[in-house]
Design a binder for this molecule. Structure first.
Ligand code: NLE
Ligand code: FE2
Length: 306
């Protein structure tokens, strides 16, 4: 996957992108990276024609979606609901000991149950009421510029297909379980929701280098961030909170090596992101939730866009 991403991130031409003035100026279909229609050979769903068909169908629906219209309801199959239910059950066993307090608080707002895979539309309505955020469906991993820019308009791009059933404990790419269990709860937290918007605002009109740095900051916090709490290290990153394999690994080093924890300095050069090689080897650790918020805000403000 990493190869595909690297190739696609090397911008095809030096075209200058217009700075979006509203969410309507951002396309959810023009710049989909990797994972999209074509699955790489090492993807668990590569040999599964049914799976590929289902994903394209769901992805095509996302491309047709217009801002302001309700997100289409998907009728999930029993197989898909079972994957969701298994993941939810495993994760809810780990959350009390592995998830940060803020997440535990917002998670319970949603009353997720194993036998029903929630619809993005109803989750978007909850977010709209609580923090003014909306969800927009997307076919796959969006180019970082579009993805980050949309955060400025309190819009979160979310996939709607589910991961392949052969490896429910971990997937390298976003899927609907990652979005719903990883991202949506914390977007209902007013402080977190504001910080996410601030990252987005900093990305409007940002140079390629600035976008890269913001993407890494996003990656090491919103996706894989950890925070100190009285009884130990807890996860607030969505990539951890949606993967019971990685969530366990974060604390136990299950698969043979203990991860390293490092303090986050948003002004320092951050390590290369690891999309492909499984669990992260290093996590960035923050003192508290408000420490994360003030660090990200300080960096975003330093770009002087707002
Ligand atoms: N590894 C995560 C999971 O299995 O849910 C997804 C990460 C997406 C960046
Ligand atoms: Fe994510």
């Amino acid at each position: 996957y990493r190869f595909i991403l690297a190739a696609q991130l090397a911008e095809p031409s030096k075209q200058v992108r217009k700075i979006p003035r509203s969410i309507h100026d951002i396309s959810n279909g023009d710049h989909i990276l990797g994972f999209g229609a074509e699955l790489a050979e090492d993807h668990p769903g590569y040999h599964d024609e049914e799976y590929k068909k289902r994903r394209s169908y769901i992805g095509d629906l996302a491309k047709l979606h217009k801002i302001g219209e309700p997100i289409p309801c998907l009728e999930y199959t029993d197989e898909e609901i079972k994957i969701w239910g298994d993941i939810l059950e495993k994760l809810t066993q780990l959350y009390p000991t592995h998830a940060c307090k803020r997440y535990l608080d917002t998670f319970q707002l949603f009353n997720f149950v194993p036998d029903r895979l929630p619809q993005l539309q109803e989750l978007s309505e909850v977010l709209m009421m609580r923090t003014g955020w909306q969800i927009r469906p997307v076919a796959g991993l969006l180019h970082p510029t579009d993805f980050l820019n949309a955060l400025a308009f309190r819009t979160f791009h979310s996939t709607q297909y589910i991961r392949h059933g052969s490896n429910p404990m971990y997937t390298p790419e976003p899927d609907v379980c990652h979005e719903i269990l990883g991202h949506i709860p914390l977007l209902a937290d007013p402080e977190f929701a504001n910080v996410a918007q601030v990252i987005g605002m900093a990305s409007l009109g940002a140079s390629k280098e600035e976008i890269w740095h913001l993407t890494k900051l996003y990656w090491y916090t919103v996706e894989f961030g950890t925070v100190k709490e009285r009884d130990g290290v807890k996860a607030f990153g969505a990539g951890l909170l949606s993967s019971f394999g990685e969530l366990e690994h974060m604390l136990s080093g299950e698969d043979g090596y203990m991860p390293i924890f490092e303090d986050l300095d948003p002004f320092k050069k951050l390590p290369k992101m690891n999309y492909k090689d499984g669990f992260q080897k290093k996590y960035f650790l923050c003192e508290s939730f408000s420490d994360v918020a003030s660090k990200l805000t300080a960096y975003a403000r330093s770009l002087q866009r707002f």
